[in-house]
Write a protein that binds this ligand. Sequence first.
Ligand SMILES: Nc1ncnc2c1ncn2[C@@H]1O[C@H](COP(=O)(O)OP(=O)(O)O)[C@@H](O)[C@H]1O
Ligand SMILES: [Mg+2]
Length: 234
Amino acid sequence: MELQITATSPEHPASLLDLPWNIPLAEWPEETLVALDRGISRHVVRFAQAGGEIVAVKEVGEWAAVREYGLLRDLDRLAVPAVDALAVVTGRTDEHGEPLEPALITRHLAGSQPYRSMFQTTMRPSTIRRLLDALAVLLVRLHLAGFAWGDCSLSNTLFRRDAGAYAAYLVDAETGQVQPRLTSGQREYDIEVARVNIAGELMDLEASGSLHPRSTRCSSARPSSSATATCGMS
Ligand SMILES: Nc1ncnc2c1ncn2[C@@H]1O[C@H](COP(=O)(O)OP(=O)(O)O)[C@@H](O)[C@H]1O
Ligand SMILES: [Mg+2]
């Protein structure tokens, strides 16, 4: 099997080639990695230096990697805030010739933080509301562009402080689909998924003591509606 790097721009295959593709991502040596905060994930995700930039590497099956790569490229074309897809790496083998999982490479979103890092100090309710507002704006933009997310959550979003406000970026497009126009049923489904995911994530934060007492009261009293009520998605 031969290593293949399918990339958008011609300079990426060369800069990505130096990464240790013959080692499972979970075992990449520390000197290759960049220690930046990342959110909860199903797959192994790591940050690495490639050429002059920091990239996020996600190990995922080939079909899913190619699909997510295509969807992130679609979002770029549709001018919706999302991480930039750089490449898909296939044909990886280890030193014994055993196959390794393909990888999706995206550009690390500079200045972004996963929500858990933002909640490391107790967050004021007004700040939470601003984060959720940013996520609601992202969801509306996705829907207007014809993108059904399928897994809207705080974990699948990155936040960047943008001139005093927060801007939200989609980071995980795996479950998405693009259509010329979404039906109201598709939009409602996405909002329902967002409600359930965000309420669960806020309850986790509450359980770990990361929520300000005033927001705690709100989320524990109305677990399934608090998040969406504050971000206006209901
Ligand atoms: N391009 C990127 N820039 C910054 N962080 C990223 C990037 N890609 C992934 N991450 C971090 O890795 C986490 C997991 O990525 P994600 O695509 O959601 O993986 P999974 O499909 O396993 O859920 C994200 O929550 C985010 O914190
Ligand atoms: Mg995810």
